[in-house]
Design a protein around this ligand. Structure first.
Ligand code: NAD
Ligand code: IPM
Ligand code: MN
Length: 367
């Protein structure tokens, strides 16, 4: 098969890991007889520096003309003092909105080898198989008004807005995933306070009758934050609004021991996909060859599975990652006793080689 992939490295460690994931994709293409045509473009701070805007028309055009998009991360101290409408992060929000990427899937990979790197007790961190479905183009991130008001700008407003249709489509998506996985859906909201959450809860209850095989429960977001750490094994699919999903997924990354392990897929109604790690540009370690590239590489695996329906090819990447970890290699963010700590480049090389040559059977559940 021939596919065109837009790669948008962005800023900070995004620049160190995106080309690595592209190399892994090329290795998978070569092994399985596909042609991946990869074209790079700027987004975020890099695009502000080169084009004066965080999302140039040319980048958006390339994304629209590609079969899928792979994105590193955006942002960094250099651009932190810009007004919010001009920041690198605005480029990320804009590409999500422009491409209609409302469904953000954030699976928590459960590599057996990483149980020891989790700060949680082994009996709590193991046997977790969870997917967070985060609404991505609504809520507080996009509600208008978002502004300062008053004579002295002493009042500030952000608006949490959803339409019924926006909630329905993400809830339906989550039910579909739950029906195809463990059959359990936990809807996370703040319905004891927020009107938007009350509508969210109503819609989840309405849709539940279309999915009799799925058990549904509702949980307040504060309690969910606690349960993610005390008993993550109870979750199968979590569905939640934009900001709650942002926060809970960084928290859930600690089940694996590092934010550098969590991939994501953002899908539109037509099934178009953008793939990016959950983490950011990590300015504290950028440029030091310390970044864990595995979240980015696993995002590329998700692209093969979801956008190109290449299950075997995606699994070949997941197997390669599992095999490198099982052989005791890790980047500095993963605390694994007796392991060989390697840099970003070396980790990319190890995974690429194993994708090219094939590796063991997949035993861990990645997505
Ligand atoms: P961050 O996710 O960049 O980093 C948080 C912590 O996790 C840091 O200590 C970092 O070193 C570590 N970390 C993250 N990814 C890692 C990896 N792959 N390997 C090893 N360690 C890793 O979040 P932050 O520091 O709060 O934000 C930095 C910048 O990134 C900000 O400008 C923020 O807006 C942006 N950001 C972008 C995205 C994105 O592009 N999707 C996501 C989150 C944050
Ligand atoms: C993420 C990030 C973004 C978000 C920021 C950088 C806008 O934290 O992708 O999780 O909040 O969605
Ligand atoms: Mn985030």
């Amino acid at each position: 098969m021939k596919k065109k992939i837009a790669v948008l490295p962005g800023d900070g460690i995004g620049r160190e890991i995106a080309s690595g994931a592209a190399a892994v994709l090329q290795a998978a293409g070569k092994r399985f007889g596909h042609e991946f045509e990869i074209e790079y473009a700027d987004i975020g701070g890099a695009a502000i520096d080169a084009h004066n805007t965080p999302l140039p028309e040319s980048t958006l055009g390339l994304a629209r003309n590609s079969d899928a998009v792979l994105l590193g991360a955006v942002g960094g101290p250099k651009w932190d003092n810009l007004p919010s409408a001009e920041r690198p992060e605005r480029g990320l929000l804009a590409i999500r909105k422009e491409l209609g990427l409302f469904a953000n899937l954030r699976p928590i990979p459960s590599f057996q080898k990483l149980v020891q790197s989790s700060p949680l007790k082994p009996e709590i961190a193991e046997n977790v198989n969870m997917l967070i479905v985060r609404e991505l183009t609504g809520g507080l991130y996009f509600g208008k008004p978002s502004e300062r008001r008053g004579e002295n700008n002493e009042v500030v407003v952000d608006t949490l807005q959803y339409t019924r249709a926006e909630i329905e489509r993400i809830v339906v998506k989550a039910f579909e995933f739950a029906a195809g996985r463990g059959g359990k859906l936990t809807s996370v909201d703040k319905a004891n306070v927020l009107e938007s959450s009350r509508m969210w809860r109503e819609i989840v209850n309405e849709k539940a009758s279309d999915y009799p095989s799925v058990t549904v429960d509702h949980m307040y977001v504060d309690a969910a934050a606690m349960k993610l750490i005390s008993s993550p094994g109870q979750f199968d699919v979590i569905v939640t609004e934009n900001l709650f999903g942002d926060i809970l997924s960084d928290e859930a990354s600690m089940i694996t021991g590092s934010l550098g392990m969590l991939p994501s897929a953002s899908l539109s109604e037509s099934g178009f996909g953008l793939y990016e790690p959950v983490h950011g540009s990590a300015p504290d370690i950028a440029g030091q060859n310390k970044a864990n590239p595995l979240a980015m590489i696993l995002s590329a695996a998700l692209m093969l599975k979801y956008s190109f329906n290449m299950r075997e090819e995606g699994e070949a990447i997941e197997r390669a990652v599992q095999s490198v970890l099982n052989d005791g290699y890790c980047t500095p963010d993963l605390q694994m006793e007796g392991s060989t700590v390697v840099g970003t480049d070396k980790m990319i090389e190890l995974v690429t080689q194993r994708v090219a040559n094939g590796s063991d059977v997949l035993t861990d559940t990645i997505v």
